[in-house]
Write a protein that binds this ligand. Structure first.
Ligand code: AVI
Length: 324
């Protein structure tokens, strides 16, 4: 077993400030949902995943619990050693099933979990080897793409990239296309990607997952304002912003916003941001896909769909694609 952490944290705060101001000085205003995940955000996201309305986690967990052996077979079909690179690894409660199946099958591989949250990566490096002592793990903390490049430099074997949890949904379809194209640039023929997509379904069910009765998603969004107050010397009055979620069944875009409840001024460091009453900040997109949308995305970005793994209710799919 080997354990290493590689961190790129030098300009994290400057980048946070720069991107936050750029978003708030835009018309319309927006924030980047990757900044939701400080220690408090991580905790609130855990609560979201345990919410009754948030069906995504259980659906994908069911796939991993019940079909990891088949997933492992698909990954190891050509018998060669590989590196398993996981984008947005979280606490690996889902991928641990796959890791176990791969270790049980005596596959030769190293595991590179990547996460934007440094808490998540250090927890993972501490705890995963206790459960899987023979696992070779190197944690990477930072932006997906920077860390993916880092992992590609470190890895000299066939690559299998895991991108589960519907994290691809937090990009617009256009950004998901650019992302898949860039991902493909870092891969070689026969490398695989496994992507988790939340499927289009009853609009009420989707909306409820992002507008829960208990207000947990609301505090998840508002926490970013708190984080800005704390880390970027901001003075948001949290009570004067309201969470609003919407889902468009035609496009599959589920969006969340914070609405300013009054005309107000917010200071961030030395910058002054004006809000009108009812002006919104776009906070996050959680894009939903049909199978047709998914296959189109693969074809457009140079991948060949190999296999799809669904939960029993067909709420969610983990799709395996090969570099074409
Ligand atoms: C991490 N990501 C896939 C979640 C989602 O469903 O878009 C983040 C989230 N936002 C609100 N609830 C959950």
């Amino acid at each position: 077993m080997s354990t290493t952490t590689i961190e790129i944290s030098t300009s994290n705060k400057t980048q946070f400030l720069h991107e936050t101001l750029a978003g708030l000085q835009s018309e319309p205003k927006f924030m980047l949902s990757k900044y939701f995940y400080d220690a408090t955000g991580d905790r609130i996201f855990q609560q979201i995943m345990e919410m009754e309305e948030y069906y995504l986690t259980n659906a994908e967990m069911e796939i991993l619990q019940n079909q990891s052996a088949q997933l492992s077979q698909a990954i190891s079909a050509d018998g060669t050693a590989f590196d398993l690179i996981e984008l947005g690894a979280g606490d690996a409660t889902k991928s641990i099933h796959l890791l176990k199946s791969l270790l049980d099958a005596k596959m030769e591989f190293s595991y590179f979990p990547i996460d934007i949250s440094e808490h998540v990566i250090s927890d993972l490096e501490e705890n995963l080897p206790k459960k899987l002592p023979s696992l070779d793990i190197t944690g990477l903390n930072g932006d997906y793409f920077d860390m993916l490049q880092k992992a590609a430099e470190l890895s000299h074997r066939r690559k299998v990239v895991l991108f589960m949890g519907a994290n691809i949904g937090n990009m617009t379809v256009a950004d998901a296309e650019s992302f898949c194209l860039s991902l493909k640039q870092l891969l070689s023929p026969n490398d695989l990607v496994i992507i988790g997509f939340d499927l289009k379904k009853n609009p009420q069910q989707i909306l409820a997952a992002y507008n829960d009765k208990g207000g947990i998603t609301r505090s998840f969004n508002l926490n970013l304002l708190r984080r800005i107050n704390k880390e970027l010397d901001g003075d948001f009055n949290i009570d004067q912003f309201e969470h609003y979620a919407s889902y468009d069944p035609a496009s599959g875009a589920c969006k969340s916003y914070l609405i300013s409840l009054q005309n107000q001024i917010v200071n961030i460091g030395r910058q002054v941001i004006h809000f009108s009453e009812n002006e919104y900040i776009h906070m996050e997109i959680s894009q939903k896909y049909s199978l047709e949308d998914i296959n189109k995305l693969a074809a457009k970005t140079g991948f060949k769909p190999l296999q799809s793994f669904f939960d029993q209710k067909h709420y969610f799919v983990d799709a395996i694609w090969r570099v074409d």
